[in-house]
Design a protein around this ligand. Sequence first.
Ligand SMILES: [Zn+2]
Length: 166
Amino acid sequence: MSEIDDVLKANEDFAGRFTLWHLSKRPTRRLAVLACMDARVNVEQALGLANGEAHIIRNAGAIVSGDALRSLVLSHHELGTREMMILGHTECGLLGLDDSELRTRLQRQFGPAEQPANFHGFSNLENSIREQMKKVKSHPWLRGRVVVRGFAYDVKTGALREVSGD
Ligand SMILES: [Zn+2]
């Protein structure tokens, strides 16, 4: 059996016990979290969030990429969120990633590809989180409309550390 077959089995049990039919598509705590996809970070558990309470947007590195911005703009303007968290973490896979080395390697092995245009590797976690906050805060459609704060999650302790915006 594949892992996907296994999770389908788990979903049968989940759907059999399902009681969340009443939830609204508008997050009740008016919060959006952009977090890294790292498998060790369970955003809902770490932040005490229940279903329906917040948007959780995830990608490699918690990067405010074009697509993350698309989600954040929709989150605020269409679905009413007012606070946004950037949630990076220690030991991130993008920490120290050399974009051009990876691109060259993949290109050599599999040929050229237009997308992804960038892997967004970074050399300093705090600086990256700061940079992501800046992208949200300065976006013309979000600027001055949402509270933006950044945090580093420690994968060894589960604790959050706030990263100042400047
Ligand atoms: Zn990560």
